[in-house]
Design a binder for this molecule. Sequence first.
Ligand SMILES: Cc1cc2nc3c(=O)[nH]c(=O)nc-3n(C[C@H](O)[C@H](O)[C@H](O)COP(=O)(O)O)c2cc1C
Length: 158
Amino acid sequence: MNGKEPNIKPLCTMEGRVVRGAGRGKKFGMPTANLALAPGTKLPQLGVYAALVFCDGIWYEGVTNVGFQPSVGGLEQITVETHILGLNRDIYGQEIRLELYYFLRDTKSFNSLREVKIQIDQDSQRVVELLADIFLMRRSDWMKFSANGTCSTEQGDK
Ligand SMILES: Cc1cc2nc3c(=O)[nH]c(=O)nc-3n(C[C@H](O)[C@H](O)[C@H](O)COP(=O)(O)O)c2cc1C
């Protein structure tokens, strides 16, 4: 851990249903989950974050963009969009919980979706490095709770 305590408390937590985006990411091998935001949902500072995602009963690491999609002309609507590491199936309609732990960067304007994908791959590597300890803790907490039969998305609020 290099003498550095993990930052256990998320900067921000959001829950909601996964809705369809325009689907461009999937075609580029970069599937993303768009969170439906309830009106009035409090958002953190816009940008890209290292996240943990509770989805379909399992914790995953993820990288989340909170904001616009300037590279594809998406300048009107703020979206909360997550690339979930190791999840390659459709989860439309499912409720997920997002925990944002570290701000990684500002959302930038790239010349193509290919460049966005290269950047997201780099972001994902940072997520794995940054969240290794928290991810392990989350997963082992979750396994203990599931073994007790009391697993819920609220289990980690301590
Ligand atoms: C982790 C993450 C980071 C992103 N960063 C940027 C970015 O810096 N600039 C940008 O224009 N779009 C960014 N996007 C949005 C992508 O442009 C978007 O995922 C892509 O256009 C596909 O969207 P669609 O699947 O809704 O069509 C990001 C998306 C994710 C999930």
